[in-house]
Ligand binder design. Structure first.
Ligand SMILES: [Ca+2]
Ligand SMILES: [Ca+2]
Length: 207
């Protein structure tokens, strides 16, 4: 016979897992979300103080689809400007997503973040298409995520991601280095007493 306490703990566990699962629905294995996540019936509106600003910017890239023509990224997101004119980590919805469109039938990306910058880098897997780096501002102050994506069979594949210290200058450097025939992504990390940020090379696996 199952005790009532055991039954209750099971129910709590199931409810908890359901909530966990639904929270992760917005991200696929490559860390990307879908158009439905931009919809305010799916991703509910959230009150804020200040005004909502729509950010729209274009960044020039290398050839990311292998047609010998350079590509570009159109980046769109919403951001709240507080009454004191500073940006806050809010976008007027429960979860903040950024939309990146490339044109030329290249699939768009929808990805969580408060601000973002795209840069193209080396053709790491030697398929004639440049890979892209996405620098994203997330919840933690001044720290963010750097993700490396590759276009494979017309779908974006996440090759790796590391933590990076994001300065105010959006013109981030290329964080991919080649050494001994292998490619590495450069990560930032605090030392033990949080006084110095050091850099570490992380091997990129292309297969
Ligand atoms: Ca191209
Ligand atoms: Ca490539």
């Amino acid at each position: 016979m199952e005790s009532n306490a055991l039954k209750i703990s099971k129910i709590i566990f199931i409810v908890f897992c359901f909530l966990c699962g639904s929270k992760n629905l917005a991200q696929d294995v490559n860390g990307l979300a879908s158009m439905a996540d931009l919809d305010s019936t799916e991703n509910l509106l959230r009150p804020y103080e200040g005004k909502l600003e729509r950010i729209l910017k274009t960044q020039l890239l290398g050839d990311i689809n292998g047609d010998q023509i350079k590509d570009s990224a159109l980046i769109q997101y919403k951001r709240v400007v507080a009454p004191d004119s500073t940006y806050v980590k809010e976008c007027g919805q429960n979860v903040c997503y950024i939309r990146i469109q490339f044109g030329s039938n290249i699939p768009e990306m929808i990805i969580e973040g408060y601000s973002l910058s795209v840069k193209s880098t080396f053709d790491i897997n030697h398929d004639g298409k440049d890979e892209i780096l996405i620098f994203r501002e997330l919840q933690q102050y001044n720290w963010g995520d750097l993700s490396l994506y590759s276009l494979y069979k017309n779908e974006w594949k996440l090759l790796g991601s590391v933590n990076v210290f994001l300065g105010d200058d959006e013109d981030y450097e290329n964080r991919i280095v080649k050494s001994g025939g292998k490619f590495y992504i450069v990560e930032d990390a605090w030392n033990k007493d949080f006084s110095v940020i050091s850099r570490k090379k992380v091997l990129i696996k292309t297969k």
